[in-house]
Every structure is written in C-alpha cells, then in structure tokens.
Ligand binder design. Sequence first.
Ligand SMILES: NC(=O)c1ccc[n+]([C@@H]2O[C@H](COP(=O)([O-])OP(=O)(O)OC[C@H]3O[C@@H](n4cnc5c(N)ncnc54)[C@H](O)[C@@H]3O)[C@@H](O)[C@H]2O)c1
Length: 319
Amino acid sequence: MAEKILIIGACGQIGTELTLKLREIHGNDQVVASDIREGVDELMQSGPFEILNATDEVHIRQIIETYNIKVVYLMAAMLSATAEKAPKKAWDLNMNSLFHILDMAKEGLIDKIFWPSSIAVFGPTTPKDNTPQITAMEPTTVYGISKQTGERWCEYYNKKFGVDVRSIRYPGIISYKTLPGGGTTDYAIEIFHEALKQNAYTSFLDKDAALPMMYMDDAIKATVEIMQAPAEAIKVRSSYNLAAISFTPEILAANISKHLPDFKISYDPDFRQAIAASWPSSIDDSSARQDWGWDHEFDLDKMTETMLKGVGQTTEQTH
Ligand SMILES: NC(=O)c1ccc[n+]([C@@H]2O[C@H](COP(=O)([O-])OP(=O)(O)OC[C@H]3O[C@@H](n4cnc5c(N)ncnc54)[C@H](O)[C@@H]3O)[C@@H](O)[C@H]2O)c1
C-alpha cells in the first residue's frame, strides 16, 4: 500500500502546488494537507486538511498517528524578509518544527522527511558565481542561519540515527497560483502582476542584483524526484544545491518588454537589496544532476511566457 503523506505549511506558495502534485501522483486521500490557516479552494477541496501549528509537537504526533502518516514534507517556515522583522519568532518556528519531525523519524514513527533549505545558507564570503556544493557559508540573515543550522541537524540525524531526510537548497521560486510569502526574490513575481496591471514596476532590488531563480514546476519536479530516488542515491544529507536560471531585474524587465513593449521598470532598493547582495548570483548544482538525475525544463523565455499567461488568466478571474 502507498505510504501516507503529511504536508505541513501546505497553503504557502510552494506547499499548495506540491500538495496538488502529490495528490495527482498518490491519490487525493493519501495526502493530508495542513497549515495554521486555510488555503485556496482547489487545495481545501481536493483532499484531507487539518489546521496544524508546526511548533505544536503533540498535535503533529496526533495527526501522524490518526492518519498513519509515513512521509512528511515540512514546508512551514518564516521566509527571509519577514524573518528579519521577527528574528526570534523565525528561529522558533524554523528550528523547532524541524526538530519535532526529525525526532519522530528517529523514533521510527515516520520513514521519510523532505525539508527545504535555501540559497540563503550562503553569505558574503561565499564565492558568488557558480557557487559550489561545498563552500564557505557565513549567512548574515536569521533565515539563512536557521536554514544552515537545519542542514547540519539533518545531516547529523541521518549519520547518527539513520533518519532518511532529504533536502534541496531552493533558489527564488517563481509562480502565479499562490502569492509569495515574504522572500527577497518576491520581486520576480510582483513584476509580472504590475506589468500586466499598469505596464510599470518599481523594483525593491537594484537593476544588477543577479540571483538564482527557478520556475515553480521545476521546483516541484525536483522535490518529487529527490523523494522518489532510492535512498542510496542521496549522498548529500545536508542539502543539495539546485539551479535553473539566473537573472537580474534589468534582464527580467527586458524579457518582459519583448511581450509588453511599453513596460517600464524603475528601481528603489530597500533592505532586501542588502540580503540579495549577500547571496550567490548563480549555483553549481552538478551533485544533484549526478546523484539523482536533476534537470530543469524552464529557461528565462519559457518562464516569462508562462508567467505572463498565468498571471493574466488569474487577474481576469478575480476581476
Ligand atoms: N519560495 C521561495 O522562493 C523559497 C526559496 C527557498 C526556500 N524556500 C523554503 O520552502 C518552504 C516553503 O516556502 P513557501 O515559499 O511556500 O513559503 P510561504 O510563506 O508561502 O508558505 C509557508 C506556509 O507555512 C505556513 N505557516 C507559517 N507558520 C506556520 C506554523 N507555525 N505552523 C504551520 N504552518 C505555518 C504559512 O501559513 C504558509 O502557508 C520554506 O521552508 C521556505 O523557507 C522557499
């Protein structure tokens, strides 16, 4: 019988699309979605849903036992820009939720965990271009510190207790179905909404702030594939570098202008520019490509076309 899955933080930008994809693969009833709030209709109506706080260990255990859950995707977290405004709260959520799940796997209650890390684990001393899998990591944001620490604990639980935990360092994820949750790369989503609304956008990052990015479908594909791979293929038990495309606000704006010739971009960088400046511009993900066959499908042109079409349709539906 297929293993039952729990997604914690299922109503977020990535969790929503991940839940829908996993329900398509495994069957709606096999995938229990949970979050501290309700999500979009498609998610709420397509399968079981529970209100669950990721820091409430007792309640997580209850749900895992009730549904006989064997696999957990822990997507709840406070993201980079939001975490800078509430550092202690971010640390509490990002770390304690992970410990609860790691401990449940250590006890044998669950068999497999997916926990996402981020390019935020890197910092100003990391080589910026083609950042290697193993390199200097001195993150300067509370979010980055929590993700780096989480990676160390994942590897520790794997090596010491045999916990099957798998992780990816997501770059900035671009999508239109659910709004982003307060990250530094959110500009690359807002820009499409504003371009279609008023043919203009003011970027909160500098025009030459190059960052690694990925279209949502690729992020979901990577997540599904790393979890489907045989355990022995997953050699990195901290977190895998993962890359697809890398661009600056200026390059993205120029690409949007190919479809909307009157589109205008201006720049008014805020505190998020300092966060972006501490992160890599591009990522070497050869370990993921070698170990479990990762390959991306969306380049900048395909992502831009898909976003303009998708955001356009969503805007039409809500007006
Ligand atoms: N989106 C990106 O670009 C990106 C990049 C790198 C890493 N990640 C990581 O991927 C994961 C998912 O990110 P996302 O973009 O979907 O984030 P998001 O902010 O859109 O979603 C997070 C979800 O967690 C929920 N949540 C918050 N506090 C909770 C709590 N105490 N208990 C239960 N649920 C809670 C929120 O309601 C939200 O639905 C996070 O771990 C994030 O750090 C995301």
